[in-house]
Design a protein around this ligand. Structure first.
Ligand code: PGA
Length: 260
């Protein structure tokens, strides 16, 4: 039985002062929901501040990106041990905004996944097709390739630490959510792909999050789907009230203890 996982991706929003205020209000709003794994991913500059605020909390801290090397002459980059040092447990890798604006490829993302695991960071690996790809009927092929290549050379042990986030690019920040049926069929497909690679038992335990315009008014219909294990949330994670509501709704529809 899995606890639902709700992760907030703050993107390039929130200075330290705003982050402090936001995390304090989120803490007050979610502290009683022990059956939900709550994660927040602030921008790099606010990670230390938020980490300090989370010392006495069950909320997990994540970064939004990292380099795959431990250290070196990589101006402007942040390494996995640097993230570990300040209390990060999670790291978002291969977000579509990084694939699009910074030309990150699947093989580049794969290197990051490998190093994240080496440093005991739990990678949230993002996959998802563009609208053009979906309209051309290529969404299965695209997501299959992204899973295959970004998780190449990952062992059966390592995969148990990997979280997948299916985020159709056309649903991110657009207000157009995939229907619960569209999300479920892609999540089931992803689980099938993972099952072929790592076996059915392992695959059934893996977390597959949905991301793309998740809001308090659509979370329930998404999370009740059997293959949707949680959500990666952008816009709605920037307001404490809506983020706390997402956590509360997920707790209410939690599959923990159910027969599924
Ligand atoms: P959104 O972003 O919830 O604002 O659509 C999701 C994401 O980019 O992870």
């Amino acid at each position: 039985m899995k606890k639902p996982l709700i992760a907030g991706n703050w993107k390039m929003y929130m200075n330290c002062k705003e982050a402090t205020q936001l995390v304090r209000t989120i803490k007050a709003g979610v502290y009683k929901f022990h059956d939900v794994i709550t994660v927040i991913c602030p921008p790099f500059t606010a990670l230390t501040t938020v980490s300090d605020e989370l010392k006495d909390s069950e909320i997990g801290l994540g970064a939004q990106n990292m380099h795959f090397e431990t250290e070196g002459a990589y101006t402007g980059e942040i390494s996995p041990p640097m993230l570990k040092e300040i209390g990060c447990r999670y790291v978002i890798l291969g977000h579509s905004e990084r694939r699009t604006h910074f030309k990150e490829s699947d093989s580049f993302i794969q290197k990051k996944v490998k190093t994240a695991l080496k440093y005991s960071l739990l990678p949230i690996v993002c996959v998802g097709e563009t609208l053009q790809e979906r309209e051309a009927g290529k969404h299965w092929e695209v997501v299959n390739r992204q899973i295959d290549q970004s998780l190449a050379d990952i062992s059966g042990d390592e995969i148990t630490k990997v979280i997948i986030a299916y985020e159709p690019v056309w649903a991110i920040g657009t207000g157009k959510t995939a229907t619960p049926e569209q999300a479920e069929e892609m999540h089931a497909f992803i689980r099938g792909v993972l099952s072929e690679k790592f076996g059915e038992e392992t695959s059934s335990k893996l977390y597959i999050l949905y991301g793309g315009s998740v809001k308090p008014d659509n979370i329930e219909s998404l999370i009740e789907k059997p293959n949707v294990d949680g959500a990666l949330v952008g816009g709605a994670s920037l307001k404490a009230e809506s983020f706390a509501q997402l956590v509360a709704s997920s707790a209410a529809s939690s599959k923990v203890g159910s027969a599924s």
